[in-house]
Design a protein around this ligand. Structure first.
Ligand code: ATP
Ligand code: MG
Length: 484
């Protein structure tokens, strides 16, 4: 690891275009505003630690053509444009960036004018999405720090800033479209390692805080006062956890210690945004370590309150299934296989569904209407916190209902389960149930044989299965919904 980090700041010189694919535009930026004295005041280079091109390892060949095109186009039009965020951070760590974000002094409207397939999204925080085939480059205008805006606050004549911000009474940012200089932009970002800027103008890296040191020390450090920054946007707590898990970083002491105090603010974040964040947390290849941190920092209870409560009760098969599903999700993503959020959420809420049904073993097997009613209750409670879209909740219900159908031992049920569009997911779920320690009489193996068999073998298996129909067990119902 040390070797890798040394590479970060003493990388080979990027020798002009030698060994590097030609940039999208061969034209140098029209005016070198980085060197221009009036605009360098705007850029506040005196505030930055500058790492020259021969002292870092970022090479244009690792930046997508789309991102380069945006950087050069903005530069050619006389704007400042920088790669920033995860793109720079991940390149410095030797990782492949998930996407490329660009920060510029062009306004959203100016950016939009320059790129045909672009659109401005977001109200709270305006971003321009520039589409190149399947790749989307996110461009944002430099933002400035601002306190709550008082009535009557007017921008001074000629002020570059446009006052358009709003805070809630708790300090949460409702709108954040006050434009500013790059150093201000840097300090508005979430963590020091996400606030490093790379320019193709002269291939320099700029750091306005302690991003370089923190990257070397593998630390996630909130920019500014963590209490204020978490109040402004409680999702930053989730992002801190996500980056620690993904990058295998530690959290800096102050950034860490006040999470406990402010985690409850996640209740004021919209369930729709929490759904997006939950996907980034759990469906990005690091679900297992992320989940450990979500529990450790006690923020998971604001995303999946019912699940977290039940998980704290110890190692039941249902709880084990959650762990196995997280592990499988990570493994599949590592192999470039797709994952469906429905499967993941079906697994996360499986302990809750079982608890709701008081379904603790073969003697308490519920019937279909009971599963349907419980699924409604469980999903309804969950979406108050994380708004799982309907297309996923429908699939979750199907996976759960099919668990029952897969256990039915008659020809028609077997055929209809096998032909169900959600069969594969339900079968995988069944295997996880067995792996987690639930005794299902080797049902998973039966379905594996069934799928692999030819028509004749399928018929034989079905007949043998129907003959082996166990005596109907009476469901011993305890009153459900009491929790303990
Ligand atoms: P990745 O894309 O790998 O998940 P990232 O750091 O690029 O990581 P994005 O969500 O793409 O994350 O955001 C891009 C950048 O925007 C961040 O690096 C950070 O500088 C800034 N940013 C994103 N969300 C916030 C936030 N809630 N508060 C402050 N700055 C943010
Ligand atoms: Mg990004």
């Amino acid at each position: 690891m040390l070797k890798k980090l040394r590479r970060v700041f003493s990388g080979k010189p990027e020798a002009g275009s030698a060994g590097v694919p030609a940039p999208v535009s061969n034209q140098p930026p029209m005016n070198d505003r980085l060197m221009d004295s009036s605009s360098s005041t705007r850029l506040r280079l005196d505030q930055a630690r500058i790492v020259e091109r021969d002292k870092h390892c970022i090479s244009r060949k690792n930046i997508s053509n789309a991102a380069l095109k945006v950087l050069y186009t903005l530069g050619n039009e006389g704007y400042h444009a920088f790669l920033v965020g995860g793109g720079v951070r991940d390149l410095l760590l030797g990782n492949k960036p998930k996407d490329f974000d660009i920060a510029t002094d062009a306004t959203p409207e100016e950016i939009k004018r320059l790129f045909r397939s672009s659109r401005i999204i977001g109200r709270r925080f305006k971003i321009v999405h520039i589409r190149f085939g399947r790749e989307i480059i996110e461009a944002t205008t430099f933002r400035a720090h601002h306190g709550p805006v008082d009535e009557g606050d007017e921008p001074e004549a000629g002020d570059f800033r446009k006052l358009d911000s709003a805070h809630s009474s708790s300090g949460m940012i409702l709108r954040d479209n006050v434009y500013g200089n790059i150093d201000e932009d840097a300090l508005r970002r979430d963590f020091t390692v996400n606030a490093l800027y790379y320019t193709v103008n002269n291939f320099r890296l700029l750091d306005f805080s302690t991003g370089f040191e923190d990257l070397e020390n593998r630390l996630i450090r909130v920019l500014g006062d963590p209490a204020v920054r978490y109040k402004e946007d409680p999702v930053r707590m989730l992002r801190a956890i996500r980056f620690c898990a993904k990058l295998d970083f530690s959290m800096e002491e102050n950034s860490r210690s006040c999470i406990d105090q402010f985690a409850h603010l996640l209740q004021s974040v919209s369930p729709a945004r929490l759904f997006d964040e939950s996907l980034k947390l759990l469906a990005a290849g690091f679900a297992q370590p992320t989940f450990v941190l979500l529990k450790q920092y006690r923020v998971g209870e604001y995303l999946f309150p019912d699940t977290m409560k039940l998980l704290s009760r110890g190692e039941t098969p249902e709880n084990k299934l959650v762990q196995l599903a997280l592990r499988n999700t990570d493994e599949r993503l590592a192999q470039d296989k797709s994952v469906t959020p429905a499967f993941l959420y079906a697994a996360l809420l499986w302990p809750v569904l079982r608890d709701e049904l008081q379904w603790h073993g073969p003697d308490s097997l519920p019937n279909l209407p009971e599963i349907q009613t419980a699924a409604n209750t469980v999903i309804q409670r969950q979406i108050e916190h994380v708004a799982i879209p309907r297309r996923f909740t429908i699939a979750m219900r199907e996976i759960w209902e099919l668990q029952l159908r897969l256990q039915r031992r008659n020809k028609r049920s077997i055929e209809s389960a096998f032909n169900h569009p959600r069969f594969r997911a339900a079968y995988d779920f069944l295997l996880l149930r067995e792996e987690s320690g639930e005794d299902l009489d080797q049902l998973g193996r039966w379905w594996t044989d069934f799928q692999n068999g030819d028509t004749k073998h399928k018929t034989e298996l079905t007949e043998a299965f129907a003959r082996s129909r166990p005596k109907r067990r009476r469901r011993s119902r305890k009153k459900s919904g009491t929790g303990e």
